[in-house]
Design a protein around this ligand. Structure first.
Ligand code: SAM
Length: 318
């Protein structure tokens, strides 16, 4: 549907759980801000919400978290969402820790593609950033996702000054032999680390300027905030998502559903609407309720004007 500023809203991100098997520095599901103790929506409630949103024009759904693969009924959720006729694109964002053993089943159930978060290719640094994660398991997950035919396989790297900015070239090198898309994301003021971390943001424009070997690709996906490049002779592509240096709010097409049943129409605004009561006991009103929320989606974020998120990314669904 079209919101009050004329933007076509067709993309929904759902945080299906706040729980995670990692504890990344800048995300910290075990951290503060109400991250603990909230009850997640059931698989059936998620399905009901997505069906209503699909009637309102949602065509793309991303399952995220927390870590979606720690949810015991994640396959049931994927199966239910894949069966909704209007959903043309069903994807998942995962840390990849449990992906090797589930990639084939996810694909069989109807998941189209996967984004895997990976911030370091150094075993020790990866463990440091993620609070003990095993790099090897994520790399196995990447390979299994490719083998399963999930496509495209995207690898998302949040670049943090002094932490992993020395690994930009090695991350790019992954695209030499693997048909993956490695995407660099600017650190946002979300969560405690991000809120304090404006001086740790590495601007994507600086990365692009210092890599003349990058060849710009034509934009094929409308509504995607990423701009893509390739390196001659490499199999994959390199993407840049730049919420800090390039505001893309005027073409933002997304809303979020938090694990505890709040619609968050803008990542860079603390406004959210609790839909649990309507979802659970007044389903006949759900369609109009959601319509109103989408219509009133805020104009844009204020990341560079002192905005601080009251929730960390694991609850919102990054
Ligand atoms: N557990 C899954 C994962 O690791 O991909 C999904 C949830 S995680 C919150 C989704 C993404 O949000 C990750 O790629 C993470 O790097 C990103 N993220 C978390 N906090 C962020 C921040 N402050 N700025 C930019 N990206 C952030």
């Amino acid at each position: 549907m079209i919101d009050h500023l004329g933007r076509r809203i067709e993309y929904l991100r759902i945080s299906v759980t706040q729980n995670c098997n990692l504890n990344c520095l800048y995300c910290q599901p075990g951290g503060t801000h109400g991250a603990s103790g909230c009850a997640s929506l059931s698989a059936e409630e998620i399905e009901t919400a997505v069906k209503a949103l699909a009637r309102l024009g949602i065509r793309k759904v991303r399952i995220t978290g927390g870590e979606p693969l720690v949810r015991k009924d994640i396959f049931d959720i994927v199966r239910r969402l894949a069966a909704i006729r209007q959903i043309e694109d069903l994807s998942m964002t995962t840390n990849g820790i449990s992906l090797a053993s589930s990639a084939c089943k996810l694909k069989d159930l109807g998941l189209h593609r996967v984004n895997i978060s990976l911030d370091s290719l150094d075993t020790d640094k990866f463990a440091y950033i993620t609070g003990g994660g095993k790099l090897e398991r994520v790399l196995q997950g990447v390979h299994k996702a490719l083998e399963a035919g999930l496509s495209p396989v995207r690898i998302n790297t949040v670049v943090v000054k002094g932490l992993n900015d020395s690994e930009i070239e090695s991350m790019m090198l992954l695209t030499k032999d693997l048909p993956v898309e490695v995407r660099f994301i600017e650190l946002m003021p979300v969560g405690e680390f991000g809120n304090k971390g404006l001086d740790k943001v590495v601007l994507n424009s600086d990365i692009i300027a210092s890599h003349p070997e990058l060849i710009k690709c034509e934009r094929t996906e409308t509504g995607s905030p990423a701009s893509y490049y390739r390196i001659d002779g490499y199999k994959g592509r390199i993407g840049f998502i730049s919420p800090m240096s390039h505001k893309f709010c005027d073409c933002c097409n997304r809303i979020r559903l938090t694990c505890d049943g709040r619609i968050k129409p803008c990542l860079g605004s603390n406004g959210e609407v609790d839909i649990t009561k309507v979802l659970r006991s007044e389903t006949d009103k759900l369609f109009d309720y959601l319509k109103q929320i989408i219509y009133n989606k805020p104009e844009g974020h204020n990341f560079n004007k002192g905005f601080r998120s009251e929730r960390n990314m694991s609850m919102i669904g990054g």
